[in-house]
Design a protein around this ligand. Structure first.
Ligand SMILES: [Fe+2]
Length: 200
């Protein structure tokens, strides 16, 4: 991926804190901006995992969990139509809609090597950890006759050590993401399997 450095560190406006888009509005944006079903599914999967993680692991309230979910749902919303400006376009759209700055920062920092923005909050760090891993686990599910059924952490770990499997998934990004959180790869892989398998 080419460099998509955003060239700034402040996203959104503090006065919009707590200003959350409704899920309906987010899905509407997604349907309009992302005709590619596979990419939409990726965002729904990351959203489901983010929401579940907030509720289960961070003891978040509903409002906070919705923030995590919205960040997941929208993080690649501009990828299909504006690959050369990925991230910048959706960020500007969310700023125009006066969306909570935490959500916008989370999206801006989901690929620090590309966008030049460091993950700061736990929400930022988790979307970075989930993003590549979620797609990788889905790729693994697609080649299994029983899909997610009976999938185990070990087989995913083994595939991660096999460079030719889902070669486009950057293992260095996954390692970097996990160096920033205190959760093991095993724990997060299991969580992703458990919480994205029913997403359609
Ligand atoms: Fe993504």
């Amino acid at each position: 991926m080419a460099s998509h450095a955003l060239g700034r560190d402040i996203f959104g406006d503090e006065k919009n804190a707590g200003n959350l888009m409704s899920l309906d509005e987010a899905h509407e944006l997604l349907n309009e901006w992302v005709p590619n079903e596979r990419l939409r599914l990726h965002m729904k999967q990351v959203a489901a995992v983010m929401k579940a993680w907030a509720l289960v692991k961070e003891n978040a309230d509903e409002q906070t969990a919705l923030k995590w979910e919205l960040a997941g749902l929208l993080h690649d919303a501009d990828w299909e139509k504006y690959p050369g400006d990925h991230c910048r376009i959706i960020i500007e759209e969310l700023e125009r809609r006066n969306v909570d700055p935490d959500i916008i920062h989370c999206i801006a920092s989901h690929g620090p090597r590309y966008f030049g923005v460091q993950p700061v909050s736990k929400m930022d760090k988790m979307i970075y950890a989930f993003d590549e891993l979620s797609g990788f686990i889905h790729a693994a599910a697609l080649i299994r006759p029983t899909r997610y059924e009976g999938m185990d952490v070990k087989s995913i770990q083994k595939k991660l050590r096999t460079p030719s499997f889902a070669a486009q998934v950057n293992r260095d990004d996954i390692a970097d993401a996990f160096s920033r959180i205190e959760h093991s790869l095993d724990e997060v892989i299991q969580f992703v399997i458990d919480h994205q398998k029913s997403v359609q």
